[in-house]
Design a protein around this ligand. Structure first.
Ligand SMILES: C[S@@+](CC[C@H](N)C(=O)[O-])C[C@H]1O[C@@H](n2cnc3c(N)ncnc32)[C@H](O)[C@@H]1O
Length: 218
C-alpha cells in the first residue's frame, strides 16, 4: 500500500496517525502533509526576558498587595501573572507566605525571582505608605459603591496599588475603608466570587491593557 492509499483510507485521526508515522513513510522520506497555520511556538521562540532583562525593564505602574492570602498556589499564580505584565512589586501581608517555598514555586515557576516583593505584616501600613507616596490604592472587592472594572479608566501617569483578599474573608473591611476606591469584577452566574488568582488575572490584564493602549505599548 502506498502513502496515498494509506492516507486516503484513514477513517479516524488514530488511523491517520498510524499512516503518517508508519515506517514505510519515514523510510521513503515522504513529506507529511500537516497543516502549518497556527503552528504552536516553542518556548525558545517566545522571546521572553531573562531575569536580569526583567529587572532592567520599565515596569507597569501597578503594585499588588495580598491581604492574608492563605493558599500558596494562589500566591505563586499571582507571581506568575505579575511577571507576565511587568508588575512593579508585590507586598505580601499578614499570613501570606513568602518565597522560597515549594508550593509557591509550583505555580510561580520562577516568577518569584523576577517580580520584586516584600513582606510587611500590617497591610494598613503599606496602604498608608503608598497613599502618602501618591499611589492610588484600590481594594479589589465586592462592595457598595464599587467601580465596575469595565468602567474603570486609569489616569495617565498615575500609579495604582491593587489589594486582593483572603480566600474566605476577602479584603478586610478596615483595608477596604482605608483604600481610595474599590474595583469589582461583575459576575453574572451563580457563584458569589471568583478564585483570588483568577480575579488577579482578570484585573491585572484589564488595567495593564488600558494603561498599555493609552501609551501604545502593545
Ligand atoms: C474568594 S474571594 C473572597 C470572597 C469572600 N467570600 C468575601 O467575603 O470577600 C477572594 C478575593 O478574590 C477577589 N475577588 C473575587 N471575586 C471578585 C469580584 N467579583 N470582584 C472583585 N474582587 C473579587 C477579591 O480580592 C477577594 O478578596
Amino acid at each position: 500500500m502506498s502513502f496515498f492509499d494509506n492516507f486516503l483510507c484513514c477513517s479516524s485521526s488514530e488511523d491517520l496517525n498510524k499512516a503518517v508515522f508508519s515506517s514505510e513513510i519515514i523510510a521513503a522520506n515522504i513529506p507529511i502533509f500537516a497543516p502549518m497555520e497556527n503552528r504552536k511556538l516553542k518556548n525558545s521562540e517566545l522571546d521572553r526576558k531573562s531575569v536580569s532583562e526583567f529587572k532592567e525593564a520599565k515596569k507597569t505602574p501597578i503594585i499588588v498587595i495580598l491581604d492574608n492570602v492563605r493558599s500558596l498556589n494562589n500566591i505563586g499564580s499571582i507571581f506568575r501573572t505579575a511577571d507576565a505584565f511587568l508588575i512593579q512589586k508585590i507586598y505580601l501581608c499578614g499570613i501570606t507566605a513568602t518565597p522560597p517555598h515549594k508550593d509557591i514555586q509550583k505555580t510561580a515557576l520562577g516568577a518569584t525571582e523576577t517580580v520584586a516583593w516584600e513582606y510587611v505584616e500590617n497591610v494598613l501600613e503599606v496602604v498608608e505608605k503608598l497613599k502618602a507616596a501618591g499611589v492610588k490604592t484600590f481594594a479589589v472587592e465586592q462592595a457598595e459603591n464599587a467601580t465596575m472594572l469595565h468602567d474603570f479608566k486609569p489616569e495617565n501617569d498615575q500609579s495604582y496599588a491593587l489589594i486582593f483578599g483572603n480566600e474566605v474573608k476577602g479584603v478586610q473591611q478596615k483595608v477596604v475603608s482605608a483604600s481610595d476606591e474599590v474595583l469589582e469584577i461583575p459576575q453574572l452566574g451563580s457563584k458569589h466570587s471568583l478564585n483570588i488568582s483568577v480575579s488577579a488575572g482578570v484585573v491585572l490584564w484589564d488595567v495593564f491593557v488600558k494603561m498599555s493602549v493609552s501609551k501604545s505599548i502593545l
